[in-house]
Design a protein around this ligand. Structure first.
Ligand code: ZN
Length: 78
């Protein structure tokens, strides 16, 4: 499927309004810079923008994209 990526949106936007935030910065698992946000998927320090970029780069199909977004959206988000 050489054109599979053309089916994906250019940019993922996650809803982390109900996400966990620490009062202690820790190195982001993706970029290594201090982050207060915690990934809803694994409770690891991670910037929202880094998670969005990671999902955009790793989703292989629209269905996979939807599952990644669901996994990285905090429970209870609208
Ligand atoms: Zn980051």
């Amino acid at each position: 499927m050489p054109n599979a990526t053309s089916l994906l949106p250019a940019r993922v936007v996650l809803d982390w309004r109900k996400g966990q935030v620490s009062d202690q910065p820790a190195p982001c698992v993706l970029c290594g810079r201090p982050a207060l946000c915690r990934s809803p998927a694994k409770d690891l320090p991670c910037h929202k923008s880094c998670a969005e970029a990671w999902i955009t780069g790793h989703a292989r199909t629209p269905d996979h994209l939807a599952r990644l977004i669901a996994a990285h959206t905090p429970k209870g988000a609208a």
